[in-house]
Design a binder for this molecule. Structure first.
Ligand SMILES: [Zn+2]
Ligand SMILES: [Zn+2]
Length: 89
């Protein structure tokens, strides 16, 4: 039998359901039930991701320091604006 818990979202005040399976997942991890509905949690996650989206690293072409969307250890070549356009053209 499936039981569900109705919780109120801290952010948008909407009611949302936490199904047994999810509640068990939180309990297993020792986490409290979520304070936000899935939509608000998604928004928060996106906001955090955007904040972390820029890394300080050097251009793989001219070694100028720059901001990139990949960290230094990412397996991608990252070019600064100038080198990017030079390589594209
Ligand atoms: Zn919400
Ligand atoms: Zn460069």
């Amino acid at each position: 039998m499936n039981t569900q818990t109705v919780l109120k979202c801290m952010d948008c005040s909407k009611d949302f359901l936490v199904i047994d399976q999810e509640a068990k997942f939180y309990a297993d991890k020792g986490l409290p039930n979520p304070d936000q509905c899935p939509a608000c949690r998604h928004k928060i996650r996106m906001a955090l991701r955007n904040e972390r989206a820029l890394y300080k690293r050097t251009c793989d072409c001219c070694n100028e320091s720059m901001l990139a969307t990949y960290p230094e250890d990412a397996p991608y070549k990252v070019y600064c604006q100038k080198c990017f356009w030079e390589n594209v053209g």
